[in-house]
Design a protein around this ligand. Structure first.
Ligand code: F6P
Length: 360
């Protein structure tokens, strides 16, 4: 059997560990051939495909990023073409299918988030067997208990909170840390609890500045003249109604116009509390660097499990962490909805029991 492996969408720590496990398991256990598709789905359209032998994966286990490269906007079904500076989107799926046939690929292992896995499903519908491996630092794929990359991002964010703590305490300041998480607050809530934050703002729980200020004033009254606020990039105030003019577009809250939610929260908290505040946007530091041991292990298990699934003749499935076990589940089942932090769940309750405010 000849398999193609592809990394799609935003990168995250552990991608190389999956590629390594796929190559080793396929060659050692089954004598399969593995081909690497470069730069996400665009490699399928442009026929940028390289053989992956045992030598190609030497030393990549601890390396961040992906040796194959990746892109965000490369769906063959809506492919971006730029001619004389003009951008157009065309369906290049037939071209990609020709490449798959020409290269003799029997199946594709797609390592990606919900965007890339949805595209994988479209290839399955066209007759190509696909196995999905869920990745994202955001941990928001419902079909698995955990995506790889999340643990590393959480560790990076927690380390940042630890560092902000010492300077916040010295200067009696409110430190705001903006972390990633467009639609789900997993990184914010996990790192916020692990780092001992005072306020955590997540997309799942709309907040008010009155509640945030009350928490900060309560700390001041107890002699704590500093506070740590962790805010996920997708968090938004209740109703979006308290946002200053020019930021509400219709009913849609657009913090990007103000340079991000972190900066917006900083401006409002400064006004509400009169305390000195600073904001740090952690950004892509969360996506880079060496994966934690947990992520290396999970990524390796996913990579091996994807190949074993192919060898068993499974089709259109996704690897998934279920409790302690790595299993496979139907691909569409795994990505049909986004996994968000339950506002009444155990994590939020634990944080609240510790006195952490969600601004609600
Ligand atoms: O999907 C992961 C993610 O980290 C989001 O949380 C974030 O909004 C996005 O990627 C950033 O992507 P880009 O690299 O395109 O700026």
């Amino acid at each position: 059997m000849r398999i193609g492996v592809l990394t799609g969408g935003g990168d995250c720590p552990g991608l190389n560990a999956v590629i390594r496990a796929v190559v080793k398991t396929a060659i050692r256990d089954y004598g399969m051939e593995v081909w690497g598709i470069k730069n996400g789905y665009s490699g399928l359209v442009e026929d940028e495909i390289i053989p992956l032998g045992m030598e190609s994966v030497v030393g990549i286990l601890p390396r961040g990023g992906t040796i194959l490269g990746t892109t965000n906007r490369d769906s063959p079904f809506r492919y971006q073409v730029v001619t004389n500076g003009q951008v157009a989107y065309v369906d290049k799926s037939k071209q990609a299918m020709e490449v798959i046939r020409k290269r003799g690929l029997d199946a594709l292992i797609i390592i990606g988030g919900d965007g890339s896995l949805n595209i994988a499903q479209k290839f399955y519908d066209l007759g190509i067997n696909v196995i999905g491996v869920p990745k994202t630092i955001d941990n928001d794929i419902s079909g698995t208990d955990m995506t790889f990359g999340f643990d590393t991002a959480m560790a990076t964010a927690t380390e940042a909170i630890d560092k902000l703590h010492t300077t916040a305490e010295s200067h009696h300041r409110i430190m705001i840390l903006e972390v990633m998480g467009r639609d789900a607050g997993w990184i914010a809530i996990h790192s916020g609890i692990a780092g001992g934050a005072d306020v955590i703002l997540i997309p799942e729980i709309p907040f008010t500045f009155e509640k945030i200020s009350a928490k900060i004033q309560e700390r001041v009254a107890r002699g704590r003249n500093f506070s740590i606020v962790v805010v996920a990039e997708g968090a938004a105030p209740m109703g979006g109604g308290q946002v200053t003019a020019g930021v509400n577009e219709g009913n849609i809250f657009n913090p990007v116009k103000l340079g991000g939610i972190g900066q917006y929260v900083q401006e409002k908290i400064t006004t509400c509390t009169g305390q000195e505040t600073r904001v740090t946007v952690l950004g892509h530091l969360q996506r880079g660097g060496s994966p934690t041991p947990f992520d290396r292990l999970l990524a390796t298990r996913y990579g091996s499990a994807a190949v074993h699934a192919l060898a068993r003749g499974e089709q259109d499935v996704m690897t998934s962490l279920h409790g302690q076990d790595v299993i496979t589940i139907p691909l569409m089942e795994g990505i049909k909805q986004q996994k968000q932090v339950p506002p009444q769940g155990e994590l939020v309750r634990t944080a609240k029991a510790l006195g952490i405010s969600f601004g609600d």
